[in-house]
Design a protein around this ligand. Sequence first.
Ligand code: OAD
Length: 231
Amino acid sequence: MKRIVVLSGAGMSAESGVSTFRDSNGLWHNHRIEEVATPAAWENNPKLVLEFYNQRRKQLFEVEPNAGHKALVKLEEKFNVQIITQNVDDLHERAGSTNVLHLHGELKKARSTLDPTLVYTLDHWELNWGDKCEKGSQLRPHIVWFGESVPLIGEAVNIISGADVVLVIGTSMVVYPAAGLIGYAADAIPKYYIDPKAFHVSGISKLTAIREKAGSAVPRLVEELLAGGER
Ligand code: OAD
């Protein structure tokens, strides 16, 4: 079975109603990264950090997967599909995708500040100051913050190195190491970049830019791939 690797970013979930980070009115236009998404922010004002992620989590309980997420599930009928997402939402899983690697963590999980192996799935949106792990330490969002290492990057490199086709969907490709993953795909394989602002990625061969929204372009490309076509 051919292996299709999907690299998804915030644009994948935009049509579900989840804000992106860098588009106009994106999250990083309304919040300062240094105040809500760094270890220093957690040190200085943990309640603000918790509130920022609580609002994101609350929104996540109110949105649904879109046509793009659903189309990727269909791709599993004929292909071995592995999704590597920068998104912290669970919309790929809720659509029905079975192999999803969350490079930047997961909004619906919390983890111990004492023992990082203690990770808990939340069934409600609020994580509060005073919520503790079983060893008695404060819980933090299970998110990779700026300045922290990305524990799953090695696994992601292995996955994309073995891809037969790569789909890059809805990412500005500016945050590393995630943005560098495309460089590990084999030169000879087809790569598609679906994003209204898709640009030429220098040094990457066989990359087709599809400058459209995921909700319409992904279902169309999935149909083409299932039909055996390549652009
Ligand atoms: P960005 O906000 O940087 O980029 C979103 C991309 O989605 C842009 O290139 C948009 O053009 C595109 N886009 C918007 N609407 C779309 C649609 N309907 N269909 C397809 N594409 C669309 O988000 P990311 O690249 O995901 O990390 O950002 C990467 C990381 O930066 C995030 O994981 C997050 C952030 O800071 C952390 O918080 C650690």
